[in-house]
Design a binder for this molecule. Structure first.
Ligand code: PLP
Length: 384
């Protein structure tokens, strides 16, 4: 026998790791830096690393107390009830839970293109279909309600990524509210704030809570993760914040113990470690500004811990940068050919990435410059 028809399903293309790349190129891993998966260049919160070590000897127990404690800590932080916090195995796990809680077979979800691949994958796992709205390059990837409403056709869930991966753009809360107002009662607006900590904006959790001038609503859910600003991508911990009316559903959609004991203990330590997050956000801002200022190609404004750069032949540029020791993300798999995404690194990493990219761009330019008798008006200027 065979698995069910999976022809609509596609494999997730993760950014490649240093070990993997070094092995393939037959080189030493220490020659590389990786700025391809939006990881935290400062590592995990030191307090979280201690918590993981201390928890090692008790991983024979199922995560119960730690799960409840972390749920409360997160609920306190956002001023919502414990029932409104759905801890999950990474933000990806929270995407699954929201789909489990909403989708009937054949329901549609509406997702951004370009965009994060897992929304569509998860919908298909839950026997849902996928439609797309476009976040348009012509509009510099700016996001508003209209852009989504143009494509909206009564879908059960609409995914908004704010800050958006891979472009870095955000959708203002007023636009999110408008979108929720103008879509059907049975349409959930799921706002993915995986990069929320890096943005100069308030969380859309305000729309659920009904604060800051917004009325509390029951058709918005927010996704957050410990993978990015908290530096805990490896332990897999994220959560959804859902409307008060939804709390009950969690026990029915939660995979038992999906947020592991190590993850919950690390998360508990990390939520109290403001210093690490502040430092991470600071480094990110500096790195973003440096890249925008110094890269010799178009860099879009970003509120995430990465920037998107227009480089032309993105796969060739990414490959050549990798050859020179800097691993970045070719955005073709996001549906954005011609662009690479560079994660904000430490100051040294950022400078090396920018220098490497500029060198690669210059070398490619030289290669493609007309040589056989055709005058290039810019060539002389560049020479002088
Ligand atoms: C990284 C990311 C997530 C969640 O990642 P997890 O590691 O599963 O927490 C969700 N959405 C977007 C857009 C992301 O980039």
């Amino acid at each position: 026998m065979q698995p069910r028809d999976l022809s609509d399903h596609v494999a997730y293309e993760a950014g490649r790791g240093i070990e993997e790349v070094a092995r393939e190129l037959g080189r030493d891993p220490s020659e590389f830096i990786k700025l391809a998966s939006n990881e935290n260049p400062h590592g995990p919160s030191p307090a979280a690393a201690v918590a993981i070590r201390e928890t090692a000897s008790s991983v024979n127990s199922y995560p119960k107390a730690a799960h409840a404690d972390l749920t409360s800590a997160v609920a306190d932080r956002w001023d919502v009830t414990d029932e409104q916090v759905w801890l999950a195995n990474g933000g990806d796990g929270a995407i699954d839970y929201l789909h489990r809680a909403t989708l009937e077979p054949g329901d549609d979800v509406l997702v951004p293109a370009p965009g994060f691949a897992y929304y569509g994958m998860s919908s298909r796992f839950h026997h849902g279909d996928v439609r797309e709205y476009s976040v348009s390059r012509e509009e510099d990837f700016e996001q508003d309600a209209e852009m989504v409403l143009e494509a909206y056709d009564g879908e059960r869930v609409i995914w908004i990524t704010s800050p958006h991966n891979p472009t870095g753009s955000t959708m203002p809360l007023a636009e999110l509210e408008r979108l929720a107002d103008e879509t059907g009662d049975e349409t959930l607006i799921a706002v993915d704030e995986a990069y929320g900590e890096f943005a100069d904006r308030d969380s859309a959790i305000a729309l659920i809570e009904g604060c800051d001038g917004f009325e509390a609503r029951d058709d918005v859910a927010i996704l957050r993760t410990f993978s990015k600003a908290y530096g805990l991508a490896g332990v897999r911990l994220g959560y959804a914040v859902v409307p008060a009316e939804w709390g009950e559903a969690y026990t029915r959609v939660n995979t038992p113990f999906a947020a592991s004991e190590l993850a919950c203990r690390a998360g508990l330590a990390a939520v109290d470690d403001d210093e690490h997050v502040v430092r991470t956000v600071e480094t990110t801002r500096e790195s973003r500004a440096y890249m925008r200022e110094h890269i010799d190609a178009h860099v879009w404004q970003s509120e995430g811990n990465f920037v998107l750069v227009a480089v032309g032949d993105a796969s060739a540029v990414a490959e050549e940068m990798q050859e020179r020791g800097v691993i970045v993300r070719d955005c073709s798999s996001f549906g954005l050919p011609g662009c690479i995404r560079i994660t904000c690194g430490t100051e040294d990493e950022t400078q090396r990435a920018v220098a490497t990219l500029n060198e690669v761009l210059e070398d490619f330019d030289l290669e493609t410059e007309p040589t056989d008798g055709v005058e290039d008006p810019d060539a002389e200027v560049a020479d002088s």
